[in-house]
Design a protein around this ligand. Structure first.
Ligand code: FAD
Length: 571
């Protein structure tokens, strides 16, 4: 059942470099990781623990480089937990004639599905063709054909064109007054924050040392060249210098702030645009599948069922405010609700139907005269006179190729300057942590076998399925903790949540209540209604495991409550 190719560092892959020391990816390792990062000069210090930084850490560590990564918030707390959560071929980029981008991300999604089948799964998508929409039935068919060719779409996932009646049968909620026809094609769904964590766990197994809540506050120079940076541990307040041959700035929306700190913010700059998603209960928008539909202003929006909810997004508007705190405004809400109610007129959603929401910032490259939706999603690399290497733009979907480009560049520099032997990228054959399955059917069989083992405990099949789609093979480790917790609580759901929590604290660097409830488990977005009961229990259990005092608990509770409220507050 398990994938038989190369996956996590096998002894043979590691011996080719040097056996990486095994350091658990947990809060209890924080001191050890700090010591390893500061003890001797790194080959590369990476700034930013979103998908870009995580991907770079994995590529570099798997090529034998000594890598450290600093993230000032939690891992993925920037843009990489606030996307549409699709690994996609970028049909919309075809409209902008970004042929190279469509081809690259199309091929990437197949590779990511192979390397992380628990996290990257095919999603059947309905594309209605409507009166006044951007495409006719004929141009939709041609566009999808070109897309399939460019993106190397597998035969079984190729488009199916539908008549008006077939489209309406496929999705009865669609507005028949404006419906002309439709098509079915495939995108891939993911959990962005979990993808970041699994990439970082894999990188950790290869020897990359990553710290959350650790900010790069200053750079160090000799003769105008970068030699390192000052890291601030935001949990203790201490500051430590770190020496590094190269520094890679993968700070997403914050890239220009670091270029500015380096006095190299010249030429091209970032252009931030905000994207918002709304979540409603499935019962209020009971779609039979995901739908990608036209809006009245010529854009396109997704409506994607997930668990007991459906999420809708995204907007694309100029953003010039605080980078840490993008908010969902009433204007964003009205825009998305108008779009949904136009295409699914029977549902007539209102603001009171919204069960959660999130807003994220796209770190795009500015292009004169282009509107937010017209800006290219291509990534670019900037090399400063100081040696600071910055990477901006891009997509979650293209993270592996972005990492390859940066690592190739650094490897060539090290080869020239340090006579280090150039090593080729091996990430196409690295299976991500938890993903050791030969595609999704093997994962389903794994879930079935786990369920058979625990079916007499009261755990439901759907609970096991949910866990395997988040944690893959690690679900087994989570379930090992269950007997202890069920003895303590006699509440199956609570015991399962505590087992998951305990796994995340020991293996996923969970430090705060929000790390677990928002980014590791996604509960604030997709199961918010369960939190009035679960969150206080989780707080107590975390306090016990992490030895929190009353002040720690209060701080954690207040920051959670703020996010809990904000998810349904729109000003
Ligand atoms: P981030 O995830 O923001 O990571 C940068 C990190 O750097 C942050 O966590 C930040 O805290 C840290 N940092 C900043 N300064 C410092 C410092 N001084 N010291 C230490 N750390 C620092 N792409 C897709 O492929 N599919 C999609 O469906 C999709 N949907 C999207 C929808 C929306 C609304 C948005 C906004 C984007 C979407 N994208 C999508 C794009 C994708 O999400 C981003 O391209 C990607 O997440 C950017 O990742 P990043 O690592 O570059 O940035």
């Amino acid at each position: 059942m398990f994938f038989s190719g190369t996956f996590l560092p096998t002894t043979s892959t590691l011996l080719k470099f040097k056996m990486a020391e095994v350091i658990p990816f947990s809060f209890s390792s924080r001191e050890t990781i700090f010591n390893r990062i500061t003890a001797e000069p790194l080959d590369v210090l990476i700034i930013g623990g979103g998908i870009t930084g995580a991907g770079i850490a994995l590529d570099m560590a798997s090529r034998g480089l000594r890598v450290g990564l600093a993230e000032k918030q939690d891992f993925a707390e920037g843009t990489s937990s606030r996307s549409t959560k699709l690994i996609h071929g970028g049909l919309r980029y075809l409209k902008q004639f970004e042929i190279g981008l469509v081809r690259e991300v199309g091929l990437e999604r197949a590779m990511l599905h192979k390397n992380a089948p628990h996290l990257v799964t095919p999603e059947h998508m309905l594309l209605p063709v409507i009166k006044g929409g951007s495409l006719s039935p004929f141009t939709t068919s041609i566009a999808l054909l070109i897309y399939e060719w460019l993106a190397g779409v597998r035969k079984e996932e190729q488009r199916i064109m539908l008549s008006k009646k077939q489209t309406a049968d496929q999705e009865p909620l669609l507005n028949k007054e404006i419906l002309k026809a439709g098509a079915i094609y495939y995108e891939y769904r993911t959990d962005d924050a979990r993808l970041v964590i699994e990439v970082l766990k894999t990188a950790n197994a290869y020897g990359a040392r990553s710290l959350n809540y650790t900010e790069v506050v200053d750079f160090m120079y000799e003769n105008g060249k970068l030699t390192g940076a000052k890291l601030k541990d935001l949990l203790t307040g201490r500051e430590v210098p770190v020496k590094a041959k190269y520094i890679v700035n993968a700070a997403g929306p914050w890239v220009d702030k670091l270029r500015d700190k380096d006095h190299s913010l010249k030429g091209k700059r970032l252009h931030h645009t905000k994207g918002v998603h709304l979540v409603v209960p499935n019962s209020r928008l009971p779609l039979k599948q995901s739908v990608y539909f036209d809006t009245a202003d010529g854009r396109m929006v997704f409506a994607i069922p997930r668990g007991k909810t459906t999420y809708i997004g995204t907007t694309d508007t100029e953003y010039k405010d605080l980078l840490e705190e993008p908010h969902v405004t009433r204007k964003d809400v009205d825009y998305l609700l108008r779009a949904v109610n136009r295409i699914f007129p029977e549902v007539q959603l209102t603001v009171h139907d919204i069960s959660s929401s999130w807003a994220g910032l796209r770190p795009l490259i500015h292009q004169d005269g282009k509107s937010p939706s017209e800006l290219s999603r291509k990534d670019e690399i900037f090399i400063a006179p100081s040696g600071l290497i910055s990477i901006a733009g891009g997509k979650l979907t293209g993270y592996r190729m972005m990492a390859k480009r940066i690592t190739d560049l650094v490897m060539h520099k090290l080869e020239k300057e340090e006579h280090l032997k150039y090593k080729k990228c091996i990430t196409p054959s690295i299976c991500l942590s938890g993903g050791e399955f030969a595609f999704t059917h093997a994962l389903d069989a794994f879930a079935d076998s786990l369920f058979a083992e625990v079916s007499d405990t009261g755990i439901a099949r759907i609970q096991i399925k949910d866990l395997t789609h988040k944690y893959g093979s690690h679900t087994k480790d989570i379930l090992k903790k269950f007997p202890l917790y069920i003895l303590k609580n006699n509440d199956v759901t609570l015991a399962l949540v505590f087992s998951e929590l305990s796994y995340c604290i020991e293996n996923e660097m969970v430090v705060s209540l929000n790390d677990f409830l928002i980014r590791r488990s996604g509960r604030l977005y997709f199961e918010r209604e369960t939190l009035s009961y679960l969150a206080p229990m989780v707080l107590e259990e975390m306090g016990e495991i992490l030895n929190w005092n009353e002040a720690d608990k209060k701080r954690n509770w207040e920051t959670f409550e703020k996010k809990y409220r904000e998810a349904v507050t729109f000003v």
